[in-house]
Write a protein that binds this ligand. Structure first.
Ligand code: NAD
Ligand code: TYD
Length: 355
C-alpha cells in the first residue's frame, strides 16, 4: 500500500480518488483535517476497504512512526501543507510549523522506517514530495519558464516554507540515501478546490452575485493545470521517476488573472443564463494588490515529457468548462465548506483589500 498525507485536501483527495480508480493498491490517508481538509471530498470512497483514513499531523513523530510500522507502505506521497499564499501573509507561523517542521518530522519518521527495511524493499521504497513552482520566485514577461535548474528565490512565507521543505527532502537523499522524488507544479484548478483560491472563489462569488476581487490590475500571470493532470503526473513520477530527481509539472497555459476571470464569467453566462447578475463580468472589481505579489509563473515541463512521456490531457478551455460545471452541480459541497471557518477568513482578508 501507499501512504498519502494531506489526502482530504484539494489535490490529495483528487489523487486518492484517481489512484483507487486506476489501481487496486490500498491507500492510507493521513490528514490533520485543518480548515482545508474535508472528509466530504472522500465521500465517494465510503465503504471502500482500500481506503484507510487516519486523522493526524505529519509532525507527530509517534503517530507517524506507529502508522508506518502498522501499514508498512512501499511509498509515501506528501501533499500535506498549508497552501494559501494570502493566509501565509496574515499568519506565517502555521506555514513554518507544517511545511518545514512537519515535513522534517515526517522525513525523520520515514527515514527511521526505511532504515529497518530489507535491502530490496529499501531500493524499491519512494518518498515523493509534492511541491510548487512558487519556490522559483517571480518571472518578468520575457524571462524563460522555470526549469528544474532555476535557482530557488521564494518570495512569500508560503513559498519560502515550501522551498525549505524541498531542501530538506533533497538533503535526506544526499546525506542518508533516502529514495526521494520531488515535483514542482504550477497552479492547479478543478473539482474540490477550497473557495479561497482564485478560480473557485470567483465561481462562488459570481453565483452569489458578489464582487469578483482582482488584486492589482489583473495582469499577473499564472500557469494553470487541471488537477487530474497533476495527479497523473505524480503517478508517472512515482512509477518511473529517477530517484533523487526533481520534475517540474505544468500545463503550458499561461493566463493573466483578468483573462481567467473573464473566461469564467463567459462560461457562467452560458451555463447559468438565469443568473440575476448578467453579464457576470459586471461583478469584476479591482482591489488592493497582494503584498509581494509574484508577477508571473511559467513552467518548462520538458523534462517530465522527455524522460517519462507525460503530457497533460486537458487544455485550459476543456478543464475550465469541466470545473465550472462541477461547481454548478455541487453547490451543496460549496455550501457546507463556506459555512465554517472559511467565512471568518474571507471577511478578514477582504477587509484588508478594499476596492
Ligand atoms: P489544500 O490546502 O487544499 O490541502 C492541504 C491538506 O493538508 C488538507 O487536507 C489539510 O487538512 C492537510 N494538512 C495540513 N496540515 C497538515 C498536517 N500538519 N498534517 C497532516 N495534514 C495536514 O492544499 P492543495 O491545494 O491540495 O495542495 C496540496 C499540496 O500540493 C501542497 O503541498 C501544495 O503546496 C502543493 N501544490 C499545490 C498547488 C495548487 O495550485 N493548489 C500547486 C502546486 C503544488
Ligand atoms: P491563488 O489562487 O491564491 O494562487 P497563488 O497565489 O498560489 O498563485 O491566486 C492566483 C492568482 O490570483 C494570484 O495572482 C493572486 C490572484 N488573486 C486575485 O486576484 N484575487 C483573489 O481574490 C485571489 C484569492 C487571488
Amino acid at each position: 500500500m501507499i501512504l498519502v498525507t494531506g489526502g482530504a485536501g484539494f489535490i490529495g483527495a483528487n489523487f486518492v480518488i484517481d489512484w483507487l480508480a486506476a489501481h487496486d493498491e490500498a491507500v492510507v490517508n493521513l490528514d490533520k483535517l485543518t480548515y482545508a481538509g474535508n472528509l466530504e471530498n472522500l465521500r465517494s470512497l465510503q465503504g471502500d476497504a482500500r481506503h484507510v483514513f487516519e486523522q493526524g499531523d505529519i509532525g507527530d513523530r509517534a503517530r507517524v512512526d506507529a502508522l508506518l510500522q502498522r501499514h508498512r507502505p512501499r511509498a509515501v506521497i506528501n501533499f500535506a501543507a498549508e497552501s494559501h499564499v494570502d493566509r501565509s501573509i496574515h499568519g506565517p507561523a502555521e506555514f513554518v510549523q507544517t511545511n518545514v517542521v512537519g515535513t522534517f518530522n515526517l522525513l525523520e519518521s520515514v527515514r527511521a522506517h526505511w532504515s529497518t527495511l530489507a535491502a530490496e524493499e529499501q531500493a524499491a521504497f519512494r518518498f515523493l514530495h509534492v511541491s510548487t513552482d512558487e519556490v522559483y520566485g517571480s518571472l518578468d514577461p520575457a524571462d524563460p519558464a522555470f526549469s528544474e535548474t532555476t535557482a530557488y528565490a521564494p518570495n512569500s512565507p508560503y513559498s519560502a516554507s515550501k522551498a525549505a521543505s524541498d531542501h530538506l527532502v533533497r538533503a535526506y537523499h544526499h546525506t542518508y540515501g533516502l529514495p526521494v522524488l520531488t515535483t514542482n507544479c504550477s497552479n492547479n484548478y478543478g473539482p474540490l478546490q477550497f473557495p479561497e483560491k482564485l478560480i473557485p472563489l470567483v465561481i462562488h462569488n459570481a453565483l452569489a452575485g458578489k464582487p469578483l476581487p482582482i488584486y492589482g490590475d489583473g495582469s499577473n500571470v499564472r500557469d494553470w493545470l487541471y488537477v487530474s493532470d497533476h495527479c497523473s503526473a505524480i503517478r508517472r513520477v512515482l512509477g518511473a521517476g529517477r530517484v533523487g530527481e526533481v520534475y517540474n509539472i505544468g500545463g503550458c497555459n499561461e493566463k493573466t488573472n483578468l483573462e481567467v476571470v473573464k473566461t469564467l464569467c463567459a462560461i457562467l453566462d452560458e451555463l447559468h443564463p438565469d443568473s440575476p447578475v448578467m453579464p457576470h463580468a459586471s461583478l469584476i472589481t479591482f482591489v488592493k494588490d497582494r503584498a509581494g505579489h509574484d508577477r508571473r509563473y511559467a513552467i518548462d515541463a520538458g523534462k517530465i515529457e522527455r524522460e517519462l512521456g507525460w503530457t497533460p490531457s486537458e487544455t485550459f478551455e476543456s478543464g475550465i468548462r469541466k470545473t465550472v460545471a462541477w461547481y454548478l452541480e455541487n453547490q451543496d459541497w460549496v455550501k457546507h465548506v463556506t459555512s465554517g471557518e472559511y467565512r471568518h477568513w474571507v471577511s478578514r482578508n477582504y477587509a484588508e483589500h478594499p476596492a
